[in-house]
Design a protein around this ligand. Structure first.
Ligand code: ADP
Ligand code: MG
Length: 343
């Protein structure tokens, strides 16, 4: 292992960024000067910018999150925010605060994850900032992308009778987190005894959903191909219930969703049973799935049904006070925001 101090700040930046190849025509100049240079002069494009701050101990726990996964996820959640605007991510900057417990190899791992995410989503890493820290690891990523004028989707466009749709399935990332937390607690109760191996067999899917989320570029591309522009859209980071309430509030509408239509993976259901947890509560309130929640006009119903990986779960209503989930037995429940945050 090599101390970061042997490279120094500039040596470290160079070490981490020297292999980067720029892929996008909108990237004129990347790492190496006082600022990156981007060209977004296309007439029909708008620039989208989003940023995220991740603090050790608040947003991630390095006792069970490998650094490569952390880097991958940190980049991915930013891409997800750009996709949620119906845009395409193109550049990121990465700023890190690093305490002395980290070695050069640790940061290499972190950057391997970031670079892999960038490669998969054709995004250029164009800059950042680096500083020493006394409070563990801090990562802030800013993502820049574009959206076509007239096709950018905000949270406030949902209309009465629109269909509410979600991609993929919900609650899996939350279950993955519960498994990791359980193993951590077991490990600590055994005082970190030698030879104690966490029992993750058969849980790979749930762990992957927590540790290695995939931003849904594929859904944005499928919608575009089908000629569908959602009326409102968000990515699901805090749980379906909370995000749906955001769309209703911003759009000044209500909603009715159906419990039996909420997509839940079989493994999520098995795990909920093992933990004696209410499955629907996990699917409604579990965070970090990074799926897309969006609304489309009723006239797009058939087209939506034909797209794999998208499920209609209910519809928008005119009554702003109506935030209803219809349960399996036909009862009505009011949706509440129980999205979890670090606070
Ligand atoms: P400044 O003194 O202007 O802040 P730096 O010495 O911090 O410049 O950065 C030099 C170059 O390296 C810049 O292009 C900057 O964007 C880039 N850079 C700095 N830190 C990082 C990092 N952690 N990841 C990627 N690029 C970085
Ligand atoms: Mg700097």
């Amino acid at each position: 292992m090599s101390e970061i101090s042997t490279l120094g700040e500039f040596g470290l930046i160079d070490h981490l960024t020297k292999t980067i190849k720029l892929e996008n025509s909108s990237t004129i100049k990347g790492v190496g000067d006082d600022a990156a240079i981007l060209d977004y002069s296309g007439k029909d494009s708008r620039v989208l910018v989003t940023t995220d701050l991740l603090l050790e101990g608040i947003h991630f726990d390095l006792t069970y999150v490998p650094l490569k996964h952390l880097g991958y996820k940190a980049a991915m959640v930013n891409f997800s925010d750009i996709y949620a605007m119906n845009g395409m991510p193109k550049q990121i900057t990465v700023s890190i605060g690093v305490s002395s417990r980290f070695q050069t190899e640790d940061l290499e791992e972190l950057y391997d994850g970031i670079k892999l995410a960038c490669e998969r989503h054709k995004v250029d890493l164009v800059g950042g900032d680096t500083s020493a820290s006394v409070t563990g690891l801090t990562i802030s990523i800013t993502c820049i992308g574009y959206g076509k004028e007239g096709k950018i989707v905000c949270r406030n466009g949902a209309k009465n009778t629109d269909i509410i749709c979600v991609s993929g399935n919900l609650g899996a990332a939350y279950m993955g987190l519960q498994i990791l937390e359980r193993e951590k607690a077991l490990f600590q109760n055994n005082n970190g005894e030698e030879g104690m191996q966490p029992d993750f067999a058969g849980k790979e899917y749930l762990l992957e959903r927590q540790l290695k989320p995939e931003a849904r570029r594929d859904i944005i591309e499928k919608l575009d191909k089908a000629g569908i522009v959602p009326t409102a859209m968000m990515d699901i980071s805090d749980g379906l219930s909370s995000e749906l309430l955001h769309i209703c509030k911003e759009s000044k509408v209500g909603c009715r969703v159906y419990e039996d239509k909420i997509p839940i993976d079989y493994e999520t259901a098995v795990q909920a049973e093992e933990f004696n947890m209410n499955l629907v509560t996990a699917a409604l309130n579990g965070g970090e799935d990074y799926e897309l929640l969006f609304t489309v006009p009723l006239s797009s119903h058939e087209k939506i049904n034909e797209i794999e990986g998208i499920k209609a779960i209910g519809y928008i209503t005119a009554d702003e006070n109506e935030k209803v989930m219809v349960t399996r037995d036909g009862a009505e429940m009011t949706l509440k925001a129980q999205g979890w945050t670090g606070f």
